[in-house]
Ligand binder design. Structure first.
Ligand SMILES: [Cu+2]
Length: 187
């Protein structure tokens, strides 16, 4: 074999390998776009379509996040809404109670700095940014307890900032709500 044929052979091999990598890159991009589309459609993980604001300086004075309005409530239309706030260094309420197998809307904000709200064992994980309302649809399959740590470093007491979510049977929740408008499991 002459060195010229060797040279041509080398070129052909290089071109084939390059084509293979180019194809693979395009396939990976296609796969990622496909995954994002699938998750968006099937799990409704969409970028927030609107921004809601809540003044952290007046949270405790009036509006949706006053202390008496926090916790779990059954709204007039029958939907279950949890309202909570994060502050240095606790969540209010400290223990959230929700019914199992029921769509629940979580609405939360921060009274001071940026906090994070994460419910262990679920995909619920959001930041609580002062000035803005974080809203998430949540649904628990079965009763149980989940810890809810702050997952965003928020200051010297950050590691002590923990809450809890108690998921109860649907019927138990209805009984609980028969006599009141709002509930939590803080004792
Ligand atoms: Cu925090």
């Amino acid at each position: 074999m002459s060195s010229e044929t060797d040279h041509h052979l080398g070129e052909a091999v290089a071109a084939r390998i390059e084509r293979r990598w180019a194809t693979l890159s395009i396939v990976i991009v296609g796969l990622l776009v496909g995954m994002a589309t699938f998750i968006g459609i099937h799990q409704a993980t969409m970028p927030q379509g609107r921004v809601e604001i809540a003044n952290p300086k007046t949270l405790h004075l009036s509006g949706e996040f006053v202390e008496s309005n926090l916790g779990t409530a059954v709204e007039a239309d029958g939907s279950v809404v949890v309202r909570a706030i994060g502050q240095q260094y606790s969540f209010t309420p400290q223990c959230i109670v929700v019914p199992a197998e029921t769509p629940v809307t979580l609405r939360a904000t921060s009274a001071d700095v940026v906090h994070g709200l994460l419910i262990e064992g679920t995909n619920i994980n959001t930041m609580l940014v002062p000035g803005y309302v974080s809203e998430l649809p949540i649904r628990f399959k079965k009763p149980g307890e989940h810890v809810m740590p702050c997952q965003e470093f928020c200051g010297i007491g950050h590691q002590g900032m923990w809450g809890k979510v108690k998921v109860v049977e649907k019927a138990a929740f209805s009984n609980m709500m028969a006599s009141r408008r709002r509930t939590s499991c803080v004792d």
